[in-house]
Design a protein around this ligand. Structure first.
Ligand code: URA
Length: 423
């Protein structure tokens, strides 16, 4: 087997054989295939695609590159959720303790933000003392004792994906349905969850910009999960505007705690409850009422135990950025659009995200929204507050906000996009 013939096969729009796929994933993980060769192959896959058989084999090869976890010893059924990534997407934070409060065990192996989309671990690390890195034993212990754990995937889980994802990020090859589907599902299947709910984001702030592409990604992932014995469901959800009223690490933790306290923005609450209902159904738990568990404090109790079990202080004050800049509405009327991608880039430029994976993030940086599409605004009222420790970044962030919203004359009819677009 040689890598050049594998690259040529895909470059010439051919089908990769199972042997080619097994070999190239294994050889890349071992360092026998070089990064430049794998990037050529990733670009050929992005341009020419893979069929379902190739994707299934590619996923299996990435799973086989590392260890598989097993939750069979737990007394509760496991339920997991994965989002394809968006702006202000803090849903995992209230969702994991909520679903645990309703009776499932929720192992959430999460990632860090890269580019304009935030990462769950970066958000939680703004809580003083909280640790993302747990050994497998610690992870199982937190899961068993609190019902939920949110932590980094260990180095042993799908190492081929770790290498390939970092490479795709710097070679313009992230947005390929076969590569996204195999990347997400290899980690989820290797993790050993019994059921999985996928939140496939659609819109400017998502990797999938159209409903057709999102549907294709969702059905590919559902087929991969189902064929591996994981009960898998996908929701297509809107990411044309940021979720909730915050984008940025500590800002999003604060909003998540509001949701766990029974308040918080409507879209965050609705999506959290919709995903919780799907996770509980997939795990075979009947008669649970996730909306009630948010209101009666039982989800908050699990959150506090889960944060404390990972060294965090749930009562500690969250970091606040040193400087704020208010952006005001330039005219009066109805806010009809507030672009998720532009807000995500602004939050990232303010310091909430990183340009290279080794960069630190600012816990307090980000964007706070004072209005959402459908709201009436008055000229001069605050529309956004930008937060950062490095005020020299304000101009850079403001640059990404040019054209980020539309304000129509008062009285213009506005039809809200539902948060859940399809199942
Ligand atoms: N999340 C992943 O884990 N992998 C991708 O390729 C995209 C989003």
């Amino acid at each position: 087997m040689d890598v050049i013939s594998v690259i040529r096969t895909k470059r010439d729009k051919g089908e990769l054989s199972p042997e080619q796929i097994d070999w190239v994933i294994d050889a890349y993980t071992r360092g026998v295939v070089a990064d430049e060769q794998m990037s050529a192959l990733a670009m050929a896959i992005l341009l020419n695609g893979m069929n379902r058989d190739e994707i299934a084999r590619w996923t299996a090869a990435m799973i086989a590159s590392g260890e598989r976890m097993n939750f069979d010893a737990l007394s509760r059924p496991t339920a997991d959720k994965h989002s394809t990534g968006g702006v202000g997407d803090k849903i995992t934070l209230p969702l994991a303790p909520l679903v645990a409060a309703c009776g499932a065990a929720v192992p959430q192996l999460s990632g860090r933000g890269l580019g304009h989309t935030g990462g769950t671990l970066d958000k939680l690390e703004s809580i003083p003392g909280w640790r993302a890195l747990l050994s497998n034993e610690e992870m199982l212990h937190v899961l068993d004792t609190t019902g939920a754990v949110i932590c980094a995937a260990g180095d042993g889980l799908a190492p081929a994906d770790k290498k390939l994802y970092a490479l795709r990020d710097v070679t313009g090859t992230v947005e390929a349905i076969p590569l996204i589907a195999s990347s997400i599902m290899s980690k989820k299947i290797a993790e050993g969850t019994g059921s999985l709910v996928l939140d496939v984001k659609v819109g400017t702030g998502a990797f999938m910009k159209t409903i057709e592409d999102a549907r294709e990604l969702a059905s590919t992932m559902v087929a991969l999960g189902t064929d591996s014995g994981v009960k898998t469901v996908a929701l297509l959800t809107d990411m044309s505007t940021p979720l909730g009223l915050t984008a940025g690490n500590a800002l999003e933790v604060r909003e998540s705690v509001e949701v766990l306290a029974g308040g918080g923005p409507r879209d965050v609450v609705d999506l959290t409850v919709a995903l919780a209902a799907e996770m509980l159904a997939a795990a075979g738990i009947k008669d649970a009422d996730p909306a009630k568990a948010l209101k009666d404090g039982s989800a908050m109790d699990v959150w506090r135990r889960m944060i404390a079990a990972q060294g965090g202080d749930p009562d500690a004050a969250l970091p606040v950025a040193r400087e704020q800049h208010v952006v005001t509405a330039p005219s009066s009327g109805v806010l009809t659009r507030l672009d998720a991608y532009d807000i995500g880039i602004a939050a990232w430029r303010l310091g909430a995200g990183r340009a290279r994976k080794e960069d630190p993030v600012q816990a307090g940086a980000g964007v706070e929204l004072h209005a959402k599409p459908g709201d009436t605004v008055t000229a001069g009222q605050p529309l956004l507050t930008l937060h950062t420790d490095t005020p020299e970044k304000f101009d850079y962030a403001l640059g990404s906000l040019e054209g980020a919203w539309d304000i129509a004359p008062a009285g213009t009819p506005f039809t809200a996009t539902p948060i859940v677009l399809d199942r």
